[in-house]
Design a protein around this ligand. Structure first.
Ligand code: PLP
Length: 400
């Protein structure tokens, strides 16, 4: 029989984080007391001054299509932010406003990749990277990292996989799922390699504001030598607690922005006009800095609490994340243990056991390219984290 559906989309993996979120929510809706640590978004509301700007925009009828690549005032505000905070030399012509950072990564990959190109990513990676690379007809080249390097790709590893087909290296700092942060020195080394072998770097900096223990964020796009090779992705979702507003952006050389503009013009058109007006306020009002800092401090307390819980569980190892809002413990010593006579062989089975028997939801590492770890999010209230902490300890104790 004739196949009426797209093979490309049939073969696409669904987002495992969204799937587990939905499952935990369904259980909660059915009255089951599940603690969900699957969230990839801040639990805080959007700051009041940003919401007010959006309400004003609605009242004043900012309800029409905007320029496809974003309201000029917003593009200028983004360029100014990148110059001031990230040291990136750019102006509004280097910016396209997108429907979330995810869309910015998609636009970036579609604008640079041709069939057969290779895009390098380190595992564990953010779940959408390999699928988006495949959607751009390119091949994900995966470098397996480990705890010894805090799950960061080393220069030696990078050099080993570079080929004539290498189009880009794509990474996030701070990282989802590990929370680890690339240092300036590490990024300078990566930049030198990209220049030598002439490939792009896509730097996903969506968690840049969520840093702990005095860690510093460095933007690889600020290195003048590779200015035209770096595509910087960011957005308002995580820093400003605006995940649902769908507001992201891409900063890149003008050729790439023109291609992304053309693609976006045929796909989605502009990001929401209301969200764009709110974003102008978010980026320009000084109050944002205070609110972000207050959120960051709360996240740091939660990270400390949950990290101590995880560290107290025998035979689990975990790198202490310097950013984002996730922990990524290695539970390989528990795989092969039993609950009620049933062997738990994989991290997926461990996830199912915790959800069904312990009423605690987290995301197994398999979706991030890791067979030994799982991701827990601390974007939840301290009250929930305390219950989660007890359940984690008990859940692992139950495995024999
Ligand atoms: C590493 C990383 N990049 C990009 C995104 C997408 O952000 P947005 O919601 O703005 O599309 C996420 C969201 O979870 C993320 O974790």
């Amino acid at each position: 029989m004739k196949n009426l559906y797209s093979k490309k989309i049939i073969n696409l993996s669904p987002s495992p984080t969204l799937k587990l979120n939905a499952l935990a929510k369904e259980m909660k809706d059915n009255g089951i007391d599940v603690v969900g640590l699957t969230a990839g978004e801040p639990d805080f509301p959007t700051p009041t001054h940003i919401k007010r700007a959006a309400m004003y925009a609605i009242q004043e009828n900012y309800s029409k299509y905007t320029a496809n690549c974003g309201i000029i005032e917003l593009r200028k505000s983004i360029a100014l932010k990148l110059q001031k905070e990230n040291n990136i030399t750019c102006n509004h012509e280097n910016i396209i406003v997108t429907n979330g950072a995810k869309h910015a990564i998609y636009n970036a990959l579609q604008s640079i990749c041709n069939k057969g190109d290779e895009v390098i990513i380190g595992a564990p990676y953010w779940v959408s990277y390999p699928e988006m690379i495949k959607l751009a007809d390119a091949k994900p080249i995966i470098i397996n990292t480990n705890e010894k390097t805090n799950y960061k790709v080393t220069i030696q590893q990078l050099k080993k996989v570079i080929s004539k087909k290498t189009k880009a290296f794509l990474f996030s700092t701070p990282s989802n799922p590990t929370g680890n942060v690339y240092s300036e020195d590490e990024l300078r080394e990566i930049a030198a390699i990209a220049k030598k072998y002439n490939f792009f770097i896509i730097a996903d900096e969506i968690y840049e504001k969520l840093l702990y223990d005095g860690a510093k964020h460095f933007s690889i796009g600020s290195i003048l030598d590779v200015k035209d090779l770096v595509l910087t992705v960011n957005g308002l979702s995580k820093s400003f607690a605006m995940t649902g507003w769908r507001l992201g952006y891409l900063c890149a050389n003008k050729n790439i922005i023109q291609l992304a503009d053309k693609l976006q013009g045929q796909m989605t058109s502009n990001a929401s006009s209301i969200s764009q007006m709110a974003a102008i306020e978010a980026l320009n009002n000084r109050k944002s800095g205070e609110v972000i800092e207050a959120m960051r401090k709360v996240f740091e307390e939660r990270r400390n609490y949950l990290f101590d819980v995880i560290s107290s569980i025998p035979k689990i190892t975990c790198t202490k994340p310097e950013g984002a809002f996730f922990l990524f413990p290695n539970v390989s010593n528990y795989l092969g243990k039993k609950f009620n006579g049933k062997i738990i062989k994989t991290v997926d089975a461990l996830g199912e056991y915790f959800l069904n028997e312990v009423k605690l939801a987290f995301v197994p590492g398999s979706g991030f390219g890791s067979k030994n770890c799982f991701r827990i999010s601390y974007a939840e209230s301290m009250e929930s984290l305390k219950i989660a902490g007890e359940r984690l300890i008990q859940g692992f104790k139950n495995l024999k």
